[in-house]
Design a protein around this ligand. Structure first.
Ligand SMILES: *Cc1c(COP(=O)(O)O)cnc(C)c1O
Length: 386
């Protein structure tokens, strides 16, 4: 059976062109970038070349890019790094209720260390309220960290406005752009972003490589102690092949961005209109306008998301539910709860996230099966109630 993959927000397939670029650094070009001889210098040069490509994608200077081990590590480095550097100046941080766990749990850890965190509400579409943001600012606020685009419902926050407010109060603004990067236009300079996290595996580079942009002049505490790599900000021998892959992914993303956005948003809109046409009791989660090109998230009345996923899997369809399975118990998604869904609708959510490998025919296959499975699950449900 063919696999139809609609879970590009969870991870993406490594692109062949990217893999080809990486392979020499897993084979013959295995030198340590800190070594003085040619083999080492080749690796070093490849890293610096990749740094330029990542910088170009978000419009910053290469010196403002630090390679990390993942998107999660970038978030941890940014948030803990700023908190620990500035704790004598202030201990208040502002974030939102719909952040990725890499941000939420990092903030919770800081709370245990004596920091105070404000978690902003979001409206039914998943947007923060800029007035609430302004009212939350205190004399001791040192960091605002708000995600660029949400991984579950695709909502794109008003990043430039948040940056303006941060600047007005002289507070550092970090954004988790892991879902946005490679999928929508990002320009840290014109948007006024101070720090930004991104991750390779969300846009066709391998897993286990990320980057953190830090605007020149912003100081942060080192996250991993050890050697002096990454301008003494992140110890450990560089993941050269991963870095090269991230560089190539950034170059390709930059080159294809407009086509990519158009292709994905057409698929998304086709899927949304078909679901709304064919499946009664389907409710789109998130906004219709400012949402990621490849994201569609629906809740289905009287449907359990986990059963839906298992039935789709039996048809070769990979998608995701709104629930995060934690320690064996199914908790409804904190994002869907924050936009006001009750437990039942939050548990009946299905996220489809599209990629360039998907076609309209794939979506027709998806919808056909979705319709059939939902009808079957609902009829079993209603029999169970009698
Ligand atoms: C995937 C994701 C992360 C974590 O990135 P990893 O590289 O998997 O650690 C962080 N934030 C968001 C919004 C994500 O989607």
């Amino acid at each position: 059976m063919d696999i139809r993959y609609f879970d590009n927000a969870a991870t993406t397939k490594i692109n062949d062109e990217i893999l080809e670029e990486m392979l020499p650094f897993l084979k013959s070009e295995f030198g340590n970038p800190s070594s003085m001889y040619t083999l080492g210098r080749n690796a070093k040069r490849a890293i610096e070349d990749a740094r330029k490509k990542v910088a170009k994608l978000i419009n910053c200077k290469p010196e403002e890019i630090y390679f990390t081990g993942s998107g999660s590590e970038s978030d941890n480095t940014a948030i803990k790094g700023i908190a620990h550097k500035n704790y004598m100046r202030g201990r208040h941080i502002i974030t939102s209720k719909i952040e990725h766990p890499a941000v939420l749990h990092t903030c919770q850890t800081l709370e245990k260390q004596g920091f105070v965190v404000t978690y902003l509400d979001v409206d039914k579409d998943g947007f923060i309220d800029l007035n609430q943001l302004m009212q939350s600012i205190r004399h001791d606020t040192i960091l605002i960290t708000i995600m660029f685009a949400n991984n579950e419902i695709g909502t794109i926050q008003p990043i430039e406005e948040i940056a303006k407010i941060s600047k007005m109060y002289n507070i550092i603004f970090h954004t988790d752009a892991v879902q946005a990067c490679g999928n929508i236009h990002i320009d840290v300079k014109s948007m006024g972003i101070d720090m930004l996290s991104l991750s390779g595996h969300k846009f066709h580079a391998p897993k286990g490589i990320g980057a953190l942009y830090v605007k020149e002049g912003i100081e942060f505490t080192k996250f991993i102690d050890g050697g002096h790599q990454e301008k003494d900000k992140r110890a450990s021998t560089e993941n050269v092949a991963g870095i090269v892959g991230l560089g190539k992914a950034s170059q390709l993303a930059k080159k294809n961005l407009n086509n990519h956005m158009e292709y994905l948003s057409n698929l998304r809109d086709y899927y949304i209109s078909k679901v709304e046409e064919k499946i009664p009791g389907a409710k789109l989660n998130g906004t219709r306008q400012k949402r990621l090109p490849g994201n569609a998230n629906f809740s289905f009345e009287n449907i359990d998301g986990q059963s839906l996923l298992l039935n789709l899997d039996a048809k070769g369809i990979c998608a995701s539910s709104g629930s995060a399975c934690s320690t064996g118990s199914l908790k409804p998604s904190h994002v869907l709860k924050a936009i006001g869904l009750n437990d039942e609708l939050a548990n009946g959510a299905l996220r489809a996230s599209f990629g360039e490998e998907n076609t309209k025919e794939d979506i027709d296959y998806f919808i056909e099966n979705l319709q059939e499975i939902i009808n079957r699950l609902r009829s079993i449900n209603s029999q169970g109630l009698q």
